[in-house]
Design a protein around this ligand. Structure first.
Ligand code: DMJ
Length: 692
């Protein structure tokens, strides 16, 4: 007999399918060790080699993993939770310019202009050769609407503000019931000023300036001659683009009025509304647009709601940044335009209720504040705040201090800027996307973008410097350094068509990706160049606005995606690549905003034509027949753009306002030498001299 041949083998232990005897960990560990010992040396070596390889691959991929965690996914969270873009919220529409409004829009303080304000000569566009995709013949897309009418409302709203911490951007239309406290008829005691449409403008000098002592120092300009502001298009009967914008606003407003009156946002397909803070966001964001467009009746109705219905004395968490730029900014600018004390009173009430956000160990404000309880807190998952949010509330708080002569508002936001100015961790002026409210230090370092979470930091550096009369050197220094950082690290050109774009940097790696949000940058760069900053800022602005334009024209609907990727290789065929998750359009304003600045500073009519094309595309693919505009899911599918059933307040507050100003022939209609626009397009006056 021969003994059985020796064989390597692995014993297998089959589990009891019911698991009764399968929870003995010690037994399993011993069994594993036995199995390991039973392996041949070759088998063990191979397994060890494989494990080592896995470890190395894991370590090498760490930066991209951490980028995704700290960048893209967080950005998505941000968009959902604060900007609420990705959750489908269409921006609101802006109407066209009104003669009466144009006439009325005069009396602001004369800005103190120095030599630096002489506009630079505008460089000719570089004119890269860009392949433009042929658009298929397209028909007007008509959105079906649900027949069921829910929450149908019309002004005046008799219902108290519903509210919700509607962090998912109106996806959940249910309102959270909140307790509203007795107000004691605060408005009743106020002097009831009868503000005439035109008269208020003419008298705005008295009404919109600080109390007499300060007002005396800030001598206001004489009212503009109303006749000088009549838009030639209107008077000559040429194609009336201004009236087209006005029509768009009226259409958007109709939907809001019919189905969402007094609520935050219209859901135009379902004919209902979404609530975010319960503060009538769309209505307040739209006030100054209506004034500028000359929509008197609409303005009076909305003002009546503000007077009778708007209250901040409610137990609700609001986002500090969003509430500041949309509501505080909207009230302040409307006060300046109309001269109606009502809007300043409301702004003061809101401003004081936002102040608890600044009570943090570092003085970097929390993201959220309960305006009824006077408490504040960071988001549930972190003690960080978003950098753009804490550095893009300054224009509004500073103006509130100037108007009220109460320094605390300016003090808290200036402190934030001082801290950020001194903070280590910047990369040639570029800032990380987060800052910790306990330590006051940057967090999630290593990702640098001009898009979501950082964008308006750069915008407000320049605009605060302009607002304060170009005297605050730290702001200018930070802005100039940042633009150099952008040029050095983020600006690249595409391979096929030599399109200039601003990408992102993630732990040393360049990502050829640009949010539509970045299209604010050409306008800001042009504004800086107009105010004496280097001429190459204007060169870059000219190139970038061309790219933003291409982000629209290369899409089949003529509308830009939320995010574009760019091809770096000449052989790649097309410049702009859109990933499936980025194909939506939320009716955002940034490109038309920049077109407005570019036209004002160059008088090149191509910028108007580009804006006109965008308005027509909005009308083709986002207009809902019975009223309102909707964000869409797919800018590449003209046959089924996919309505998202949401109209964001910034469509009315920004997009339509900038289109109107773009088409207006009157450079004195909100002159860029007298006003700065906050990041929600609400114009605030440039100070003749710094306060203090
Ligand atoms: C607006 O609320 C503001 O323009 C903000 O700065 C960025 N997001 C939206 C518009 O896209």
């Amino acid at each position: 007999m021969y003994p059985p041949a020796r064989k390597d083998f692995i014993s297998l232990t089959l589990s009891d399918p019911h698991g009764h005897n399968y929870n003995n960990g010690k037994h399993r560990r011993q069994s594993c060790w036995r199995k390991w010992k039973q392996l041949s040396r070759l088998q063990r070596s191979l397994i060890l080699l494989l494990l080592a390889l896995l470890l190395i691959v894991g370590l090498l991929s760490y930066p991209s993993i951490s980028q995704q965690w700290g960048g893209a996914s967080d950005r998505d969270d941000w968009l959902e939770l604060t900007d609420r873009e990705l959750n489908a919220a269409p921006p609101a529409v802006k109407p066209v310019l009104g003669l009466d409004a144009a006439k009325a829009l005069a009396p602001m303080p004369v800005p103190h202009l120095g030599p630096a304000d002489v506009p630079d000569t505008v460089a000719e566009p570089k004119g890269p050769i860009i392949p433009i995709l042929a658009k298929p013949p397209i028909k007007l897309f008509v959105y079906p609407q649900k027949k069921t009418i829910t929450n149908k409302r019309g002004p005046p709203s008799t219902k108290k503000d519903g509210n919700a911490s509607d962090v998912v951007a109106g996806e959940n239309p249910e309102q959270v019931v909140v307790h509203e406290e007795e107000e004691g008829g605060e408005d009743e005691d106020k002097e009831k000023k009868i503000v005439s449409w035109r008269g208020a403008m003419i008298e705005a000098e008295q009404a919109t300036e600080p109390p007499p002592s300060a007002a005396e120092k800030d001598a206001a300009a004489p009212p503009a001659d109303p006749a000088a502001t009549v838009p030639p298009e209107v008077s000559t009967g040429k194609v009336d683009r201004l009236e087209a914008v006005r029509d768009a606003f009226r259409h958007a407003w109709k939907g809001y009025k019919d189905h969402a009156w007094g609520h935050d946002e219209l859901k135009p397909i379902s004919k209902s509304f979404g609530e975010w803070f319960g503060l009538g966001l769309t209505l307040i964001d739209s006030l100054d647009t209506m004034w500028i467009l000359g929509l008197k009746e609409e303005f009076e109705e909305a003002k009546n709601w503000v007077e009778k219905e708007l209250t901040f004395n409610k137990n609700v968490d609001v986002n500090l940044f969003e509430t500041t730029i949309r509501v505080l900014g909207g009230l302040l600018s409307t006060y300046h335009l109309s001269g109606d004390q009502l809007f300043l009173d409301k702004a003061k009430d809101l401003g004081s209720r936002l102040m608890p956000a600044f009570k943090t160990p570092s003085k970097i404000p929390f993201s959220d504040v309960n305006i009824g309880k006077g408490t504040a807190h960071p988001p549930r998952w972190t003690s960080d705040s978003t950098l753009a949010e804490v550095t893009s509330i300054q224009l509004e708080f500073r103006e509130l201090s100037r108007l009220t002569q109460e320094p605390q508002y300016q003090e808290v936001v200036d402190e934030v800027m001082k801290l950020v100015h001194k903070l280590p961790g910047k990369h040639d002026g570029l800032v990380p996307m987060f800052i910790n409210t306990n330590s006051g230090q940057f967090s999630h370092k290593g990702v640098f973008t001009l898009g979501a979470r950082a964008d308006s930091y750069y915008e407000y550096l320049l605009k605060q410097w302009l607002q304060g009369g170009k005297t605050e050197d730290d702001l200018l220094e930070d802005y100039l350094q940042a633009v150099e950082g952008v040029k050095k690290h983020l600006v690249k050109q595409t391979g096929p068509g030599r399109l200039t774009f601003v990408g992102e940097l993630s732990h040393g790696r360049f990502n050829a990706k640009m949010d539509h949000l970045v299209c604010f940058l050409p306008g800001t760069l042009a504004l800086g160049a107009h105010n004496g900053l280097p001429g190459d800022h204007m060169d870059l602005a000219v190139q970038l606005i061309e790219t933003c334009h291409q982000m629209y024209t290369q899409m089949e609907t003529g509308l830009s995606p939320e995010i574009a990727h760019f091809s770096l290789q000449a052989s790649d065929g097309r410049d702009v690549v859109v990933k499936p998750a980025d194909r939506h359009n939320l009716l955002r304003p940034e490109t038309v905003e920049s077109l407005f600045y570019m036209y004002r500073f160059t008088n090149d009519t191509k910028y108007r034509d580009w804006g006109w094309d965008i308005l027509q595309s909005f009308n083709k693919y986002t207009k809902v027949p019975d009223g309102g505009y909707t964000s869409i899911n797919n800018v590449r599918d003209p046959l089924n753009p996919g309505p998202r059933d949401k109209m964001e307040s910034f469509f009315l507050g920004e997009t339509l306002k900038y289109l109107y100003l773009l088409f207006s022939d009157d450079p004195e209609l909100l002159s860029l030498d007298k006003y700065i626009f906050n990041t929600e397009a609400h114009p605030l006056p440039i100070w003749r001299s710094t306060p203090k």
